[in-house]
Design a protein around this ligand. Structure first.
Ligand code: PLP
Length: 593
């Protein structure tokens, strides 16, 4: 270190001299790297069980001994945390090492559309298609994917988790509702012919143009989708709305229809669609409120974009997708949003719906079908609401692969129908380079991971697994309730069929030990800090007992950090009056960690 600092001082001196000599010092002499302003480990968060310094990467690399000691620390840390984790809906009971380890030495990339071969041959697209077919069957879609069958599904395996599926679903929905199309470029061939006149051969580029259909003059909002989502919605939906600049009902309502909100006494617009009974409720969307809000905007000609949750992040609640669709469809039809005529090129038309329902099924879409099967077999009295493609009004579904199934990294599935893609109907068998999937390079290993799990677990096994966890969640709830009877109110609650149980926020030590997730909720006007646990495959009775025993100890619950008044949050809203209110961005909870 001293040596480097001296070298830098020397350089500065030389530079000064060189500048006087009229040359450019930084070209020849400056070090191609910087020194830290202070030792980074003093600045970064401390990690229990990890010595930060052992992981800093020196330019000369590490000695074998140093590296191996660091990896030993890493292994010890991950193993300990894995053995106790209770807070997140990511299954840690996974074993891919035995069969799949050799594939770590291949770069397997599913770049491009899963149904097109492409020239990057180190891919696993045939396994990706098998995984997609599996979920198409499970979610009652028409399969296999067939570009000539508009009703058949289309989808892909995500490189991120449901965050990407939500982003893609909302993007697809926005463009579809906004009258965007992907058309063959009619000029490509003529331009190429012209260019080839200089004697050099040119090939015709396969080109699509991204085009906006003509807006009908009598309905000014016809191509301005308005988004609806509940206050229990995952943070990724809000982020996607911001990225895509999709307007929410709150934004349009507050700015263009102030004081006219149909669901509040004084006409002010809520930032998000209320959840049933607010913070004290189960966490599912308030269907009456949603219907009234949709009615307001549908009547004014706005196309409707709705996100529904199938397993909310904190409470594990299932929005009643079937009931909601059945409530919304008459409204949609009454205002002519069921079938709309889109003129995508002069004189060329397409019929599109004026609504889009996206189902964020990060956790629930993966396992609720198995609870439904258990229910049908008489093994469970309850079941969740229908949410999948058997409902004709569902446009897209996403699911995370690392949650129910469990994977070493985030992954997931996105699915829609072929007819909702932006390609014009005149070319159903289009086989050119299609602008599909969000990323360019896509993780081809994820498809192998999902395939491996699904090949090793029959429906029967997944049903048993779902029932076991359902029972275990009951057990955890009962144990927490019994603790509550001795301890006083701990706000213990479980939404029906949810794999999560929430309770008064645990101390920082307990939060860290069990990797608990915390969130603040308003319950009857009172602001409360909660923790929750998720009962996933790696959870056992013993792990639950261990946490309960810790919760019996002194100072097991955290001081409630949530301020009891809203003063601090309303203080800064004054300055908003000047500007346009956009989407509301929650700062805590909702999966934002
Ligand atoms: C976890 C979760 C997400 C985000 O999924 P990632 O896989 O973490 O990207 C989205 N929605 C809900 C309801 C979730 O629980």
């Amino acid at each position: 270190m001293t040596e480097r600092i001296n070298r830098r001082e020397a350089l500065t001196r030389t530079s000064a001299g060189l500048v006087m000599a009229g040359t450019v010092p930084w070209v020849a002499d400056a070090a191609p790297e910087t020194d830290p302003l202070q030792p980074p480990c003093e600045l970064y968060p401390e990690v229990f069980g990890i010595s930060c310094d052992s992981f800093q990467l020196p330019p000369e690399g590490m000695t074998a001994a140093h590296r191996s000691a660091a990896l030993t620390q890493l292994q010890a840390y991950q193993s300990l945390q894995k053995s106790r984790t209770l807070g997140f809906q990511a299954n840690q009971d996974i074993n891919y090492q035995e069969d799949l380890q050799p594939f770590l030495n291949f770069h397997i990339n599913n770049v491009g559309d899963p149904f097109q071969t492409g020239s990057f041959t180190l891919n696993s697209k045939w396994m990706e298609r098998a995984v997609l077919d599996y979920y198409a069957r499970l979610w009652n879609a028409v399969w296999p994917h067939d570009p000539e069958n508009p009703e058949s599904y289309w989808g892909y395996v995500l490189t991120m988790g449901s965050t990407e599926g939500n982003l893609y679903g909302l993007w697809n929905g926005r463009d579809y509702l906004a009258g965007k199309c992907l058309l063959d470029d009619p000029h490509a061939e003529a331009e190429t012919r012209e260019a080839s006149r200089d004697g050099r051969a040119r090939c015709v580029p396969r080109r699509l143009v991204y085009q906006q259909a003509k807006a009908p003059t009598d309905t000014p909002h016809a191509f301005s989708p308005v988004a609806f989502y509940s206050e229990d919605t995952h943070y990724s939906i809000i982020k996607a709305l911001r990225m895509l600049e999709i307007q929410t009902f709150y934004e349009i309502g507050t700015n263009d229809y102030p004081g006219q909100c149909p669901i509040s006494a004084d006409g002010t617009w809520p930032k998000e669609v209320p959840s049933q009974d607010g913070g004290s409720g189960p966490g599912s969307i308030d269907v009456d409120a949603l219907s009234q809000l949709v009615e307001f905007f549908a009547a004014r000609g706005y196309p409707i974009l709705v996100n529904l949750n199938y397993g909310t992040t904190f409470k594990g609640a299932y929005d009643d997708v079937e009931t909601i669709g059945k409530r919304l469809m008459p409204i949609i039809r009454r205002h002519g949003l069921d079938q709309r005529n889109i003129e995508y090129q002069d004189g060329r038309h397409e019929t599109r719906q004026g609504f889009w329902i996206h189902v964020d099924g990060a956790l629930g879409a993966a396992y609720m079908p198995f609870l439904e099967m258990a229910h049908n077999d008489g093994r469970l009295t309850q079941r969740g609401p229908n949410f999948d493609f058997r409902l004709p009004f569902v446009n897209s579904i996403t699911m995370s692969g690392h949650k129910w199934i469990g994977a070493p990294w985030p992954c997931g599935v996105f699915m829609t129908k072929t007819k909702f893609l932006l390609l014009p109907p005149s070319r159903p068998n289009y086989i050119g380079s299609r602008d599909s999937t969000l990323a360019g390079s896509r993780n081809g290993f994820s498809a192998i991971i999902l395939w491996d799990f699904l090949s090793r677990h029959s429906y029967a096994q997944q049903i048993d697994r779902a029932l076991r966890l359902e029972k275990l969640a009951d057990y955890a709830y009962e144990q927490l309730k019994s603790l509550e009877r001795q301890h006083g109110d701990l706000w213990v609650a479980r939404t029906p069929l949810a794999l999560t149980i929430r309770f008064k926020r645990a101390s920082d030590d307990i939060t860290l030990k069990y990797s608990l997730a915390n969130e603040t909720l308003y319950v009857n006007g009172e602001k409360r800090d909660y923790s929750h646990i998720y009962i996933m495959e790696h959870v056992t009775n013993a792990k639950i007992d261990s946490m309960i025993s810790d919760l019996r100890g002194a100072a097991a619950f955290a001081e409630q950090l949530a301020p009891q008044s809203d003063a601090e949050t309303t203080d800064c809203t004054a300055s908003l009056k000047e500007g346009r209110s956009l989407v509301f961005v929650p700062e805590f909870g909702r999966g934002m960690k």
